[in-house]
Design a protein around this ligand. Sequence first.
Ligand SMILES: Nc1ncnc2c1ncn2[C@@H]1O[C@H](COP(=O)(O)OP(=O)(O)O)[C@@H](O)[C@H]1O
Ligand SMILES: [Mg+2]
Length: 365
Amino acid sequence: MLLERETQFASLNEYAEEARSGDGRLVLVSGEVGIGKSSLLEELQVDLRDASWLWGACDGLFTPRPLAPLRDIAREIAAHGDTGIGDLLDGELPRERVFDEVLAWLTQRHRLTVIVVEDVHWADDATLDLLRYLGRRLRRLPVLLLVTFRDDALPATDPLRVALGELGTQRSTRRIDLPPLSMDGVRRLASGGPHRPEELLQLTGGNPFFLVEVLGHEGTDVPGSVRDAVLARAATVGGSTRTTLEVAALAALRVDTQLVSSAANATPEDFDALVAAGPAHRGRRDAALPAWALAPRGRIDDPGPSSGGRAPSTARHARGRLRRRCPAGPPRGGCRRRCHGAPARTRRCPSSGGARRPSGGSCSV
Ligand SMILES: Nc1ncnc2c1ncn2[C@@H]1O[C@H](COP(=O)(O)OP(=O)(O)O)[C@@H](O)[C@H]1O
Ligand SMILES: [Mg+2]
């Protein structure tokens, strides 16, 4: 059961009814990775069983296939004996003709058709063009076009931003932005378990994917799935922004941005770049860093055999700088006591269930 999504379900059901009556809707469903975009639509499919559902997805490939979601949809339709759109895509037709034919195919539909296009932040240009084309022509069709995307990592000039700006002005377009779970939601998810909801919220920022993974994981280390997700995002930043991330990861779960700024020589732009690239709450620099901090810290503290047991040099320098800037050690959100006297290399923070923390002295509130 999905928590705290009643409003979004109500809106989606309303848009579906409007589409069913022939006033088609394009709904832009946005939110950071793991926030529950796909889950929301999967649950809607259970509610709207009488509609005909077609799913297509964009892939995070270095060279995305042109019109990949339409190809997925064509395959689904072909499985029911209609090879029309698949044949079109295999032919040499100009793109506009393909779009016209897709529209003609939708125009013949008599019952509500729900088309899902997932992860449009990875879309190729032709898919964005198709969405624009359909977005302008949905008004007389029994079609609900649901488009999911991550909007937290989009530069202002990204073609998707441009396409979204244009789609947003269409009368049939609606938007649903999924927020993280609240303290109450986290408490419900964590009920009966050993985790303290306050710490879980601080650790995960209320992101359901991180929450589910942490709750299902035994032990105090970072679940591999969460580490992979965070490292995949970390790989998208470089230079001084990367250094800022590594220093922030060494510093704490909840980061004192001034301390990290001075230790990493980071500019406000570096923090903004982290927020833009990371699983962050827009506009809150400090909240961007908890989830980021998880995996890089594990990696930096655990250099592994290939590095001969030595931490990467950026991490070593950052650690030294942090120690010089804050002799008492970096602050750690959630800690209620000071943990003096632990061995220098890896200390355990008693109030966080013994989670590892970097060397550098005590931890404080
Ligand atoms: N509102 C919610 N309440 C509880 N769990 C959720 C909620 N939204 C998502 N989840 C869980 O979080 C995980 C990630 O959701 P997913 O839909 O794949 O995210 P996205 O598509 O935005 O990346 C799934 O395991 C899902 O069950
Ligand atoms: Mg998804």
